[in-house]
Design a protein around this ligand. Sequence first.
Ligand SMILES: [Fe+2]
Length: 284
Amino acid sequence: MPVVDVRSISHVALKTRNVEQQTYFYTQMVGLGETERDNADQVYLRCNTNHHSVVLIPSSETGFDHYALDVGSPAALEAAAGALSKAGIPFKTEGPAELGQGTSLRLRDPDDYVVELIGEMAQVAPTYGPRAVQPRKLGHITLLVDDCKRSAEFYSEVLGFRVSDWVDDIFLWMRCNPDHHGLAFAKTGTIKMHHFAFELKDFSYLARQADHLMHNGYVLLYGPGRHGPGENHFEYFRDPESNLIEFMSNIQQIWDDATYEPKVWDSQKRWVNLWGPEGPADFV
Ligand SMILES: [Fe+2]
């Protein structure tokens, strides 16, 4: 039994030097809705009825700040705090530091990434903005780590994730619900967030998204293609501050944890892209 049972991927928080430019990109290019801003000028962006899936934090730096996982209810969050204490896993309790969510717990994973646990998220109107293509949700986050196996142990034992697939000791995918992966870990020799992914309705929406970004001067970094692990269609872009984002669709669903057998992919065979082309040099 894991210490905590995470139910879904909640949000990702990015530091930004240029809040307006990033807000423009995520609303007008990605298709998120601006829910509101707080007193610290943090911008809360949504894809669906959840108050936020992306938070932009004004800063002198850019890049990843933290990400958050949802344990399903305030009662589950309270139970999580008790279970973490009992297991001797250090964490901090924060008041509602971000709008739209209640109390949160913050802990550090083995690579020192800040993992926020929440138990409730305000529900807001699902409709917003003029974009016809709007992501359905924040699908997954891929982190560069020191040791994929060590990460897998932490995330399964402490947070209840299950291993979906892996490639040698260089890549590993984990799930907390039927989506094949909500988190992925890659070993490349550096420690930073690699990318986060928005789920679109289907492959035609990936085409429309690529058209829209291209019309606005953005260039596709990689894709479209189909990943082996997870079977999802993908395409990658960089935001104006160089964060790598993925749009994806048709991710494999794993409904029966008892019968699912993780696939082990051969790094020497095709796995990143079943359709062929490997990513460009600046993809990793
Ligand atoms: Fe957060």
